[in-house]
Design a binder for this molecule. Structure first.
Ligand code: ZN
Ligand code: ZN
Length: 383
């Protein structure tokens, strides 16, 4: 599955608009997910040059056929350039003829490669100021999903929910966390996922207090909280879900945590809408947990954006104490929610030595609020 040509054209135009606002006429894209966004390329190595009327896909002989196919589909929008010796030499030779400033992605360019490029461009008679560090140019476009991406994410979330329902129905005391994780991953593949989006988290009993407790050898005991957090990659797009359940009566404390986290999640989902700041969504969840007396046990942000990456913009967390230093070449990310943004809402509480609860769903910002894409009962006690 590749993005349709007209959507690729639209993505290119949006990226060029941001580039123009930063005074850049060619952008060297090294981040693979940005490359995938702009071309549909899914190989392990490659780069792109976003130019005024086309995007050059730079890759090597291993991907010549794939690059040729997607360029044919893109009919002129994407032109492949196959590396002969090294990526750097091919890219430097390609941009050496460009007079205008060429931006590079400062977050992913290693210092050693940057040195190499500046020396090579210097040798080609370039002014050193012509190779410009940038940040967030493609990411600022990726933050709002297009119709094709929304279709994939909606389908992925429905499939992920079906996998979760199946796994929860099979959960029994005595089963090891690892066995549950294996069942999740087998379920993902059966449901058409390319694979898990991250290491599946199955954390039972006191391990439920570890927000990122990877599945271990531990056997699940009756009545313990079990945090099950997993994600899948479908058509290149990541979805992510958490439920906390108990096989048997978990007792008042876990019931209380669960009620509190569920109310916090509800408050955050109810507030989320276009024009609302992500920090406000985080605050809505945090205030409920604070009223429940558990504020110091909620140790992470409320959510994160989903897309080609399982953690991307928008970040749904507390406002940063120090404002970001605005750097030249950095594209601003929107500071309010907009229709088409997709993110998780996943408050949690963690009490060391005793356990914890997290509940996570994926939402799409609509014209008036959000659509919850995942759909799995939030029942704590399984029969
Ligand atoms: Zn998760
Ligand atoms: Zn998550």
């Amino acid at each position: 599955v590749r993005p349709p040509r007209e959507l690729l054209a639209d993505r290119h135009d949006r990226v060029r608009f941001v580039m123009a606002s930063l005074g850049i006429t060619t952008l060297l894209v090294s981040a693979l997910k940005n490359l995938e966004y702009l071309t549909g390329f899914r190989g392990s190595t490659g780069a792109a040059l976003v130019r005024a009327d086309h995007v050059v896909l730079v890759t090597d002989g291993r991907y010549e056929e794939e690059a040729g196919e997607l360029a044919a589909d893109a009919r002129g929008l994407v032109r492949p350039l196959i590396v002969e010796k090294t990526y750097e030499e091919t890219i430097a030779a390609s941009i050496a003829g460009d007079r205008s400033p060429v931006g590079f992605e400062a977050d992913v360019m290693p210092v050693s490669k940057h040195r190499w490029y500046t020396a090579a461009l210097d040798a080609a008679g370039w002014p050193s100021a012509g190779f410009v560090p940038t940040a967030s140019i493609v990411e600022s476009c990726r933050i709002v999903k297009d119709a094709w991406e929304i279709g994939l994410l909606r389908e992925a979330a429905a499939r992920l929910s079906a996998v979760a329902v199946g796994v929860l129905a099979d959960l029994r005391p005595g089963v090891r966390e690892q066995d549950v994780a294996q069942a999740v991953e087998a379920g993902l593949r059966r449901a058409g996922f390319y694979g898990p989006a991250f290491d599946t988290i199955v954390a039972s009993g006191p391990r439920a207090a570890l927000p990122h407790g990877r599945a271990s050898e531990r056997a699940i005991k009756p009545g313990e909280p079990v945090v099950l957090d997993f994600g899948g990659i479908y058509g290149g797009y990541c979805v992510d879900l958490t439920r906390t359940v108990a096989c048997g009566e978990p007792g008042d404390e876990v019931r209380y945590w669960h009620g509190c986290v569920l109310a916090a999640q509800r408050a955050a989902i109810d507030l989320a809408a276009p024009g609302i700041a992500p920090e406000a969504v985080d605050r809505a969840a945090r205030e409920v947990i604070e009223r429940g007396g558990l504020l110091d046990r909620f140790t992470h942000g409320t959510g994160h954006g989903l897309g080609l990456e399982v953690h991307e913009a928008p970040r749904v967390g507390p406002a940063r104490t120090m404002a970001r230093v605005p750097a030249a070449g950095t594209a601003p990310l929107p500071d309010r929610l907009q229709p088409g943004m997709v993110f998780t809402v996943e408050p949690g509480v963690y009490v060391p030595g005793r356990g914890g609860v997290r509940i996570e769903d994926d939402v799409l910002v609509t014209a008036s609020g959000v659509e919850v894409l995942t759909s799995v009962p939030t029942t704590l006690v399984l029969d």
